[in-house]
Structures are given as C-alpha cells and as structure tokens.
Design a protein around this ligand. Structure first.
Ligand SMILES: Cc1cc2nc3c(=O)[nH]c(=O)nc-3n(C[C@H](O)[C@H](O)[C@H](O)COP(=O)(O)OP(=O)(O)OC[C@H]3O[C@@H](n4cnc5c(N)ncnc54)[C@H](O)[C@@H]3O)c2cc1C
Length: 767
C-alpha cells in the first residue's frame, strides 16, 4: 500500500503522522504537566479548611475552561471573629473552653497578614488584630512595585557589597513568587530608563542585564535597548532634547491594599482569627514577666477584654516602638520613620503600559512615574517625619515631585499643580537593631528581635519580601515560644491567594458576556477580585439601560461599581466608609475629588447593609472627608456637611449645600461669544503677532474685558497653570488663566468668600 502512494502523498502522510504523534505527545506532556501542577496544588490543600478545599476542588478540574458564576466561600463575620477572640462561640455564648492562641499578631499590614498566613498554614492557632483596617498603615501607601530594586543593585555593584547583592537576589526570588500566587493582583511592568549621554548606554545596559541574570530562572521578560525614535514611540510624552535612547527592564506592580486584604482573607480561609478595628491597649504578662497576651478593644463599641497567646508578635510597622514601650517603658526606640510622598496625575503623563524611572536625580533621589489603575503615580520623596496614622503630604514635597517630573516631559505636556488628583504620604519604618553596638546604624532590610520579656518584633523590609519575612518570623516564633505546628515547613511559596484559583487573564470576557458589563468594569473586577469577581457580579444591580446591563458606577470616571461596596461589607470586612473608598476600592488614592463625590452613595449602600443610624452616617461622612484632606483634598472641603435628611440625590450627586462646591471644583466654561471676545482682545494686544502675550500685559487684557483682577490673583492663576515661571502666555494658556479667574468669581459669589487667593484645586478635579 505504502509503495503504491506517490512521492507527494508519502511526504504528506509522513508529515501528518509526525504532526499527529507530535501533537499527541505535546498533549500528553501538557496534560502530565497539568496533572503535576494539579497534584502539587492539591498537596498544598492537605489539612486545609474543608470549605475552601471543596470550593477549590470543585474548580480545580475546570480552571480556565468552564468558569461559571458562583457564590464563593463567605468568610465568618467580624462579629464571629470578635466572639472567637473573646472565647465565645459563633452565637456569642460562652465556649466550653477559653481559647488560648498559639500566636497573637498585632498589626494587619503586609507584615502581620503575611505572618498570619504563614503561621496558620503550618497548622498553628493564630489570631491577628488590627486597630484600624487591613493595610490602613504604610501597606496601602507604597509605590506598588514588586521589585528587587535597581538602585540597590547599583549600590551592590558600585560598592562591591555582597550583603546588598544577597538582598537584591532574595527580593527577585520573592518577586516571582508574588506574581505567581496572586496573578490577578500583580503583573509585569516594563520600566524605561531614559538615557541622555552616550556613555550611559553600556552602563545602564550592563546594569539591566545583571538585574535579569541575578533573577536567574525566575527572571521576568528580558531587558532591552531602545533607540531614540523607538523610545519616543513607546513614551510619546518624553522630552526629546538630548535624548540618546533608553533601556527598558521589567519589574512587578500590584494593588497593595487589595493584596493585603487578599492575604488577610486567605489566612481566614485557612483558619486564622482576624479582626480589624480592634486595638491592642496593653500587653499582659505571666508570673515570670513574659508577655502572654493582650488587652484588646473593639474600636466601635469600646468593649475591652483580654486574650491569651503562647507568643505575641509585634508587626506594627511605623508604630513598632509604641508596642515595645507597652512591653517595657525602658525599651529603646528603634524606628527611624521616614516619609515618602506620592502624587497621582492624569493618565496622559505616562503611556498605559510603561513606566519611567530615573534612579539618580540631581539630589540623589529616585524619581518615577508609573501607570497605575488608569492614572499615573509619581514620586517619591524621603524625609524624616513624626509617626502619625494618616500623615499629610507637604506642599513642598508635591512641588518637588512636579518639578522633577517636568524635567522628563515634552514641553507640550504642561506640568500643572492643578493636575494633581491625589497626594498621599506613607511612613517607611526604617529600623535600628537594638542589639547592634553602633546604635545609629539602620538595618538594611528587616529585623527580628525578641525582647527580654519575649515580645517578638518584626519590622522593616519591604512589601516585596513580606513572605520571606513572615517565614523567618514564624520559624523564630516556633523556636522561641516552643510551638507545635502540624506542618513544620513553610508552605507559602505555593499557596495561592484567594481569588487566584479560577482566574485567567481572559475571564473578564466571560464577565462581560454573562453580566453585560462594560469592558473596563469587567477588567477592573477580574483584576481586583480574581475569580471572586463572579460573586461581586451577582451582587450588581441592573442599570435598567440597554448597555451596560449590570454594574452601576460609583463615579463616572472610574470603573468601581456599587456592588463592590456591598461585597466589601459582606465578604471583605469593610466596616467604615474609608475602608471602602481607600482600601477595597482605591478611588481615594486615585482622585480625592471623585472619592468625595462618591460618598453619599457609598454611605447609602453601607447604611443599607449595616443598618447605620443617621448619627453614624454623619460621623462616617465627616471621618471620610477628614481622611480625604490627608489624600490631597483641599481643607476647605472639610466644611462640607452631610445631609441627615434623605433629600439628597440617591445616585451620589452630593448634597444640596455642596452644590456650591461642585461649582467650585468644576472647570469654568466659556460661551462662544465670550471666546470670540477674548480672542479679539488677545490678538489686539499681541503686537508682534507671535501668538504670545507677555505676562505683564495680562492686566491690560483683563481691563479691556472689563474684568477687574488683582495682581496676586493673577500671579496665583499663572502659577496654577504652569509649574514653570513662564514670562509669556499663549492663547490656550490665557484661557486657562481666564477660567481660573472665573472659578474664583463663582466661588466668591457662592460662598461670599473675601480675599483674592486663588485655590489650586481647580482643573481636572485637581487637588
Ligand atoms: C513611600 C513608600 C513607598 C514604598 N514602596 C514600596 C514598593 O514599591 N515596593 C515594596 O516592596 N515596598 C515598598 N515600600 C515598603 C512597604 O510599603 C512596607 O515595607 C510595608 O508596607 C510595611 O508593612 P507593615 O505591615 O510592616 O506596616 P504597616 O502597613 O504600617 O502596618 C502596621 C499596622 O499596625 C497597626 N497597629 C499599630 N499599632 C497597633 C495596635 N496597638 N493594635 C493593633 N494594630 C496596631 C497599624 O494600624 C498598621 O495598620 C514603600 C514604603 C513607603 C513608605
């Protein structure tokens, strides 16, 4: 038969069978790999809570192919958690035996939540308390990079510093795990290093390649060189002058507060008892003087009680010394707090998929602007500070970032103070080792210290290395407190965080198809909740429009939907408005004004869920406005009053007497006739017809137009328009100044405000 076939038929048959065998082999190999992955994954489930294991098993066989809407595991309520901490059963009745925990962890930031997850997955009986909300401290205020640190690498190489090199390599290892265990909350981000001198090309190239090599098999995409024109194509807003080219390297980026909440929920899912808004007031000690528990306080009710544990872990970040002093007033202070400010700019400051970083600015600080959640995040400063819970970003720091950002951007992109949509400050808890001989020496990474009274402190480090820090801490705790874990080995390298199991990067399409959601909303839900986005979707109300069918937005500018508020309350322990606007959604971090405008609707939904009284609604509103003033909202907004009647607009348009504030924050608009008049006066005074007026001629323009403007108002308007002190003004810039003036007139009219100081908050909802 074979001999009877023609040459071409033989060739075809050979190719077909080769392809078939190859295909069959590849299929076999792939299914083997899948099976192995599945087996490894199921192995990590051994001994895990039944509810989660069941939900995972139900999905393990259908991952990425057959995801259906479902209502995922519902965590125990906060009240149930408090009951457990009080030694009561689920229904609030006295439990037979008063529970002693193996570990009590104080602080629900990245460090504390990481320790809780590690300890509980080793089979220890773990409690964690957080006096505000999970991630309310530094852990929601980071740069959002999951990184080894190119700057630290530079230091390691330049100073031939082996310890520094080891820290970079460890962080690169953790970076890969981070991206693997929380794939929906983190992703790779290409970051450009612009090069302005030829000799810097090989220098940066070697640096980037070493960064790739040090990551070894765990490297992300490889770094590469861009010519000048390719650099400008990738980053069109970059300044062209003297640009030689660029290097692009890869790091990770994540949603820090949501990552923190996912860590806390995963720990709960594995059996940990975790309560937010629950404060440690003092530490208790046994007859030998060793710390053996704490007096806790429910922040909402003021209720106080004592909880016992074999060991207490201090994971309070910048507040480390507060707890150390509870242990012993004589304990030395080991935290050297340093503040870092970030600002949020509109998305036109960076392309959607590439960041920019200069590791060495004129004064040695690092400057970057990175795309994040649809806007641009820029920073950062580093200055000594006091420890406060909601630190205020200083105006000089915001100005410094704006000035630095301006160096890198094309003159077409006017860097305006009014473009700052939000600004926040985070406190870096740099630590000194109390055992070190040189007391002023700061620890390079993190420090674990056990006090004489056996309070175990873990402090310092960075978000990227939270898991490794937790592993080391739990190893030490097991040894110090003589604990008996059922799984002595740490397993967090392979335990994927809640929401990751049935997530795929195309699941947003299924959400669109199933719920009739906008693409941007579906992508946001998939990237914020992973497979739990299905549960959020099932809570969404119909819009009663043809499209989208489900998913009413909280703010027209951002893809956050009302169902997220319900989900945050029911499934993510959100108990205050600030929990929702700052850490479950990130709207307060992205745009303080948009967050302010969403408050009435958020309060309405939370009141419905939590049955809040009118007094509580008002308190929540006032607290939220106060919080937003630390996120860059002008302090004048703290005058806004929440309506205690139900007369306000249900869809969130604030508040009757805040209509004036709407007007204040809006961009003034001009009528066609007004525009014509401005143009004609502008051209009349533009004697040399070059399209510019001298700044000193502006008062003449205003007087011709019959608009009396004081010089200080004008100066402030020019400053708000442009960060540089430009002496000439184009027509478009003149319009900006005119609208500033118009805004202040509206403000005066509505608020009877006296004085001519122009606010910086106008323009693009800026702050
Ligand atoms: C500006 C800035 C940028 C950064 N950028 C990055 C980055 O890009 N990548 C990176 O890897 N790292 C970054 N970091 C570092 C990282 O953010 C921190 O290392 C990490 O968030 C610290 O977490 P933590 O849990 O130790 O502290 P925190 O998040 O501050 O948590 C401590 C918690 O303890 C609670 N607490 C305090 N006292 C009590 C009490 N008595 N009872 C109960 N609870 C209490 C507080 O309310 C707080 O929530 C950055 C840090 C800063 C400041």
């Amino acid at each position: 038969m074979w001999r009877r076939l023609s040459r071409s038929q033989k060739l075809l048959a050979t190719a077909a069978s080769a392809t078939g065998v190859g295909g069959a082999y590849l299929f076999y190999a792939e299914s083997q790999r899948t099976r192995q992955r599945h087996a490894q994954y199921m192995a990590t489930l051994n001994g895990l809570p039944v509810a989660h294991a069941e939900s995972l098993q139900a999905h393990a066989g259908v991952v990425e192919t057959d995801i259906k809407p479902h209502d995922f595991w519902a965590p125990p309520s906060r009240q149930e958690m408090l009951n457990k901490l009080k030694g009561l059963d689920k229904d609030g009745q006295k439990a037979k035996e008063h529970e002693e925990f193996d570990l009590l962890i104080v602080g629900g930031g990245a460090t504390g939540a990481g320790v809780a997850l590690d300890a509980t997955t080793r089979g220890l009986n773990v409690a964690l308390v957080e006096r505000d909300d999970f991630a309310s401290g530094t852990s929601s205020r980071s740069t959002k990079l999951v990184h080894g640190g190119v700057r630290y690498l530079q230091k390691a190489i330049q100073e031939l510093d082996y310890e520094q090199y080891k820290l970079v390599v460890e962080a690169l290892h953790e970076r890969k795990i981070f991206l693997d265990i929380a794939p929906y909350l983190s992703h790779q981000l290409p970051i450009m290093l612009p090069v302005y001198k030829w000799w810097q090309v090989p220098y940066y190239w070697i640096g980037c390649k070493m960064y790739d090599w040090f990551a070894g098999r765990e490297a992300l995409e490889s770094s590469y060189v861009l010519t000048r024109s390719k650099a400008l194509e990738a980053f069109p807003m970059l300044k062209k002058d003297e640009l030689v080219g660029a290097l692009v390297y890869y790091d990770g980026q994540h949603n820090d507060a949501r990552m923190n909440v996912a860590l806390a929920l995963t720990a709960v899912n594995h059996g940990a008892t975790m309560a937010n808004h629950c404060e440690v007031k003092s530490l208790t000690k046994d007859e030998n003087g060793n710390v053996n528990g704490a007096v806790l306080c429910d922040v909402f009710t003021g209720d106080e009680w004592t909880v016992k544990a074999k060991g207490v872990i201090n994971a309070t970040g910048p507040f480390t010394d507060g707890l150390r002093k509870m242990d012993d007033k004589e304990n030395s202070e080991i935290v050297a707090p340093s503040a870092g400010v970030h600002i949020i700019l509109p998305n036109y400051y960076s392309p959607g998929n590439m960041g920019l970083l200069d590791p060495a600015t004129s004064d040695g600080r690092v400057i970057f602007f990175l795309p994040w959640q649809g806007n641009t995040i820029a920073g950062t400063t580093d200055s000594p500070t006091e420890v406060t819970h909601n630190p205020l970003p200083k105006e000089e720091e915001i100005q410094w970032i704006l000035n630095e950002v301006e160096h890198y951007l094309s003159p077409d992109v006017k860097v305006r103070r009014g473009d700052v949509l939000a600004a926040w400050s985070g406190i870096r808890p740099l630590v000194r080792d109390p055992n070190a001989t040189k007391t002023e020496a700061l620890v390079r990474n993190h420090m674990i210290h056990v006090s004489e009274n056996k309070l175990l402190t873990i402090a310092g480090g960075k978000w990227t290395t939270y898991r490794a820090m937790a592993q080391e801490t739990v190893d030490r705790a097991i040894q110090e407190f003589n604990l008996k874990p059922t799984h002595p080995e740490c397993r967090t390298e392979v335990i994927r965080l809640i929401g990751s199991h049935a997530y795929s990067n195309t699941m947003f399409i299924k959400l669109i198809q199933h719920f009739g959601m906008e693409t941007e909303v579906a992508q946001h839900l998939a990237n914020s909740y992973g497979d739990r986005a299905w549960a959020v979707g099932t809570m969404a109300d119909a819009t009663h429009q043809r499209w989208p069918v489900f998913g009413k937005r909280l703010s027209p500018q951002y893809p956050y939907i009302e169902a997220e508020v319900r989900y945050a309350v029911r499934r993510e322990y959100a108990s205050t408005v600030v929990d929702v606007i700052a850490r479950r959604t990130r709207i307060a971090f992205l745009n303080a004004q948009a967050a302010l405008e969403s408050l009435p609707r958020v309060i309405e939904i939370m009141s419905d869920e939590l049955k809040w009284s009118k007094e509580r609604q008002k308190k929540e509103f006032d607290d939220a406005v106060e919080f937003l003033t630390t996120m860059g909202l002008p302090s004048s907004s703290s005058q806004i009053v929440y309506p205690v009647t139900k007369d306000h607009h249900p869809a969130g348009a604030p508040i009757e007497n805040a209509k004036s504030h709407d007007a204040i924050f809006s961009r003034a608009r001009f009528l066609p006739d007004e525009l014509k008049e401005f143009q004609s006066v502008f051209s009349e005074l533009d004697h040399d017809k070059d399209g510019h007026l001298k700044a000193e001629d502006l008062p003449k323009v205003f007087s011709r137009l019959g608009v009396p403007v004081k010089q200080d108002v004008l100066d402030a308007a020019i400053k708000a328009l442009d960060n540089t002190s430009n002496s000439s003004v184009e027509f478009s810039e003149f319009l900006e100044i005119m609208s500033q003036v118009k805004d202040i007139e509206i403000r005066r009219h509505l608020t009877n405000e006296k004085g001519g100081k122009i606010s910086l908050e106008r323009s693009g909802g800026g702050v």
